[in-house]
Write a protein that binds this ligand. Structure first.
Ligand code: 3HC
Length: 693
């Protein structure tokens, strides 16, 4: 029985699943468990059964790689029904993570025990599906409809302590899990505790309106996603139908989602996120540099967020600032953010104090002499940054990694300024750095392999998704964003309004449109970035100077009560006719006759301009794979996960369709802006996609 071994200890049968890395429920495991149940039922010596897993975790779910293919029997649904029907008490012994199908198997067992560090959850919704092997039917029967709805629609796992508190597990085992599970099982037998089948419990609902209320809340919280809505429908089945019928209908809902475009995209995102951790040409066994302490130079908004990422992971941080007031402000910000967590009850005051105790604020760069990694996050200006790198090259110990958080400056120039170019790398965080998941690491011309491998790994330590980019203006993310921003500005000149463009991107699935974002981030910030990149902008972009005009009017966005929109004292945005007049005047001054621009044109010009740039980024090797681009946009720029990222989305639309649209806009807007990238052209004409490359 590959994947499952069956042994006996006295009168207890022990089925051990061993299917590295995460004991997913592939065919061998399903078949092995089915056989184990049959063997136990047939063996009169066996009085009870334990299901336990080898390796780092309990079963972490169905094998996602099998999705979309016809499955070989036994199917998971049949297996869980067999487990639950077993005539001998069946105990699941859980360590690591019991997720998805893994938890569904555990729910079908008659009792569940877990080590204190175990975590349990039904994350299917994050893959665009719902638990399809009885999870939505058994969980509400066991822990109640309210708690089950939360777990199933949010997909987050919970610790063993909470699982015990809500009745999901029966005991926590301190010490050796198997020994503890055997002792638990022996006691069940000694006490004559009857088998308790989850499926024969009743799912009770106190507030029948909860289903509609949850759906309405999810329509806002997880806008655009299909699976959360269907999860609610599935949980309701547990109240409306007996187990067998409910499970049948749940399965049908699950298969429907699995075959849909959203789940395909979300599964792509799951695997792409893991793929980007593997850097082509960088051996997985590259010896890493030790990083036990960190320095952050520049305690502004970015530096503050970056320092928080490291103290959250328990690493001490030397925070260097120009003067005491800026350091005090940074620490004040941290205290305020953590204080909010304490107020919400998600953090204790002791934990807050312990985190802040990890920060050593100083105005003296010499204090960085012992740290293993320094991240520079000073003002985005080449001359200033060069000075900092020259200093860092001298004050830090040999072998310490020198990273810059620059968004678009040339890392190789900073590397040279340090005098230690092999130690220099980009670590580009996104604002707010303590929240955003993306970490765009940037490989300089001379960056050492072990430095790259180390910063990719650090991303995981601080719970970020590390993606590797080569050096170019804006790296992967901002380089593509610049093309989208350009097209937005051009369309404003040609006839669109900021609110129309914002709405198109909102409807596409972004949380906010570009002009809402600009008002939030600050027009002054955009203005400074525009000036810094002036030499890289085209002539038409120089002339499309609405940002400059807003800046000169003092319309800095939300902070001044007016930007593209006007804001009331609750920061509610209203489209401003004065801006429409300003744009119309600008178009007239530029000699452009305004015309109505349809939503399709807006969407295509914004998104296809990005995709075309993505193709160039791929061809130049700035991104090694389309996965890297997709993950940058999914984790750093709010591209809707259910569309899978710009390159995956492009493949779904069809590159030939995009190619034809680019040719149309090339004629309309200009060859400078819309000539198809050679890679995109080649693939489109060969009938291929980016992922067929
Ligand atoms: N199926 C197939 N492969 C899986 C998998 C799964 N369910 N879960 C993880 N893997 C693979 C990963 O792709 C990765 O492969 P790689 O080494 O080739 O890149 C490897 O296992 C290790 O995974 P991670 O790098 O993610 O390891 P971590 O230790 O960081 O995390 C984990 C472990 C928490 C289990 C995480 O992998 C995870 O969250 N997995 C997905 C869990 C999940 O979604 N389960 C539900 C599946 S759907 C389901 O069960 C449907 C059912 O209701 C019918």
């Amino acid at each position: 029985m590959a994947g499952v071994t069956f042994t006996k200890q006295g009168h207890i049968g022990i089925a051990t699943v061993d299917n590295p890395p995460v004991n997913a429920l592939g065919h061998a495991v399903r078949a092995g468990l089915t056989a184990a149940v049959a063997q136990a039922d047939a063996d009169p010596e066996i009085k009870a059964l334990i299901l336990i897993c080898a390796g780092r975790t309990f079963i972490a779910g169905a094998d996602i790689r099998e999705f979309g293919r016809p499955l070989e029997p036994p199917l998971l649904n049949t297996l869980v029904a067999d487990l639950e029907a077993s005539t001998k008490p069946f105990v699941a012994a859980i360590h690591g993570t019991a997720l998805g199908g893994g938890l569904e198997v555990a729910l079908a067992c008659h009792f569940r025990v877990a080590v204190p560090s175990a975590r349990l959850g039904l994350p299917e919704v994050k893959l665009g599906i719902l638990p399809g092997a009885g999870g939505t039917q058994r969980l509400p029967r066991l822990i109640g409809v309210d708690a089950a709805l939360t777990m199933i629609t949010e997909g987050n796992d919970i610790p063993a302590s909470k699982a015990q508190a809500i009745g999901l597990i029966d005991a926590i085992i301190e010490g050796d899990l198997l020994a503890g599970a055997i002792a638990f099982t022996e006691k069940l037998l000694a006490d004559g505790t009857p088998i308790r089948r989850t499926g024969s419990l009743t799912a009770k609902v106190e507030n029948p309106a909860i289903f509609e209320e949850t759906k309405a809340a999810l329509a806002k919280k997880q806008r655009g996603f299909l699976a959360p809505q269907k999860c609610v429908d599935a949980v309701k089945l547990a109240v409306d139908y007996p187990l067998e019928e409910g499970s049948k209908r749940e399965y049908a809902l699950c298969i429907d989602l699995m075959q849909g475009a959203q789940s395909k995209a979300q599964r792509h995102a799951f695997f792409a996120e893991r793929e980007v951790a593997k850097v082509p040409g960088l051996p997985e066994d590259t010896k890493l540099r030790d990083v036990k302490s960190v320095g952050v130079a520049g305690p502004g908004a970015m530096g503050t967020g970056i320092a928080m990422c490291f103290i959250n992971a328990g690493l001490p941080v030397v925070l260097v600032g120009l003067d005491q007031p800026t350091l005090d402000k940074s620490l004040g910000t941290m205290r305020k953010i953590y204080g909010g967590n304490v107020a919400k009850g998600t953090m204790t005051q002791e934990a807050l104090d312990a985190r802040l105790a990890l920060i050593k604020p100083t105005t003296d760069y010499a204090e960085l002499k012992d740290v293993d990694l320094v991240i520079e996050a000073v003002f985005e200006d080449m001359a200033v940054k060069k000075q900092v790198f020259a200093k860092l090259g001298k004050v830090t110990k040999p072998g310490s990694i020198l990273a810059t958080n620059t968004s678009y400056l040339d890392i190789d120039a900073l590397a040279e300024a340090s005098g230690r170019p092999t130690d220099v790398v980009g670590m580009h965080f996104f604002n707010p750095a303590n929240v955003m998941r993306l970490l765009e690491n940037v490989r300089g011309a001379k960056t050492a392999s072990d430095v790259l491998a180390t910063v990719m790994k650090i991303g995981k330590t601080i719970k970020k998704v590390s993606v590797l980019s080569g050096v170019c203006d804006g790296f992967i993310g901002n380089r593509m964003l610049a093309k989208r921003s350009r097209e937005g500005m051009f369309m404003l000149e040609e006839g669109a309004t900021p609110w129309q463009i914002d709405k198109v991107l909102y409807d596409f699935g972004f949380a906010m449109g570009p002009y809402q974002v600009a008002d939030l981030a600050g027009i002054d910030v955009q203005y400074a970035a525009r000036k810094a990149r002036w030499d890289k902008l085209s002539e038409r972009e120089h002339k499309a100077n609405l940002v400059d005009q807003l800046f000169e009017l003092g319309r800095y966005g939300q902070k001044t009560g007016a930007g593209y929109y006007t804001y009331d004292d609750k920061r509610k945005a209203t489209p401003d006719p004065a801006i429409e007049a300003l744009i119309a005047q600008h178009s007239a001054a530029r000699g452009i006759t305004r015309r109505p621009i349809g939503d399709t044109e807006i969407r295509e010009r914004l998104i296809y301009a990005m995709i075309n740039e993505g193709a160039k980024i791929l061809e130049e090797g700035i991104a090694a794979r389309p996965h890297d681009i997709d993950i940058v946009w999914l984790t750093g720029f709010g591209f809707p996960v259910y569309l899978g990222g710009p390159m995956f989305y492009a493949d779904q639309i069809g590159l030939k369709t995009i190619y034809d649209a680019l040719l149309k806009y090339k004629d309309q807007v200009g060859a400078e802006f819309f000539t198809p990238a050679p890679l995109l052209e080649r693939l489109a004409l060969a009938g291929k996609g980016f992922y067929d490359k």
